[in-house]
Ligand binder design. Sequence first.
Ligand code: MAN
Length: 426
Amino acid sequence: MNEGFEIRRNYIERGLDTKTQRQQTLEKLKEELEQIEQVKDEKEQVKDDAERPEKDAIERHKSAWEEVKSQREAEREKERAATAFSELDKDQDGRVTFEEILFHPELDPDNTNEFTPEEAVSLLAEEPEVFQDKFAQFVWVKIKDKYSITPKTTETPEIPEPPAPPAPVDEPPKTEGAGDEVEDDLAIDEEEAAFEDDYDDYDEDDYDEPLEDEDLEDEEEEDDDDGDEDIRRYREMREKRKQKKDQKTDDDMPEYDSYTKTLIQIADDARAEYNEVNDKMKEIEKNISTLEKEMGVDLGMEHEFLPLQGECYEYSDREYTYKLCAFDKASQRSKSGGSETSLGKWGEWSGPADNKYSEMKYTGGLKCWNGPDRSCVVKLKCGKENQLMGASEPERCVYEFTMTTPALCNKKIDLTSGNMDGHDEL
Ligand code: MAN
């Protein structure tokens, strides 16, 4: 008791010191917060001011690009109409007649087997024949979705060849020609699809690292290793596809002009500065909230429980290891493994009115099956060390820890007289 009494004195000193320190730190943090809030507001203003012209310039660039694209599309549409006109105009007399339209049964408006002259006339804007201008203006839009080019020699309709079956995966890779881009793409698609069908189980990521030269040599020697060969070809395909994606085509938006780029750069800088200050501010707010939480805990009349705050203590019986993190949480872990079971979070001092600091209560732990949320009471008594002395479960899911702490040693014995000379430090 006497040793504990001395330690308690020290605890009180530390407790009061820390209390003052915390108050000072909190004040400083609050000042910093006020200042940084101001800086943040300023940076936000600068950022907003930079983002407005940036947004306008980007929108201008984009809408100019949209304009170009739609003009190009209109051009292409005109070309398509001209090509169709020339193909439809079988006798090349500069007019498309309803008789010529009848060569295209796919244009039948009601998709019946019978494509009548009346129906053909209706497609030609109710005329028996149209010139190119009128065709482009009124007719093309009505037929373009259904129209399909047929071979010029229609006397004996040709039966189209059935499409070639997809290339089997163990065929040698096709040599790349200066062929049509679309066809090329389709070939990659087909080959890739065939590969993926056969090699569903491969995890692409497993094969992402670049092949060493050695590996390639090995592959050449060990021809029987089809799997590796396929993987290499699959990678080649992906690489080809990637290169295609990276190439800029006429359909990609052109780079921003230098004026817009400058505005974006200015706005980027303003955003970066704003974010930096904003992050700092959040950090300060977090520190304030942690500190306020710590300061919100009742650490005894003289702050004598402060040295326990943030410390954890353990006690093991045959089945479980119990843990108390003072003013934070209590838990239980089975010795045979498994995860920690929460027995409650710091709640309140729950001792009797004349000895309030002799008992702590932790509540709201993991729900007990068919029972209450787990909770834990910690019975404290004077001892020269902070130590968990026991743990029990007097009722199912209601736990009781016993603990010694010098923080409760508020009496001193006169060793000569045996008198309890101590009294509350107060
Ligand atoms: C676990 C432990 C015990 C508790 C039971 C209730 O086994 O938390 O302490 O009694 O659950 O089901």
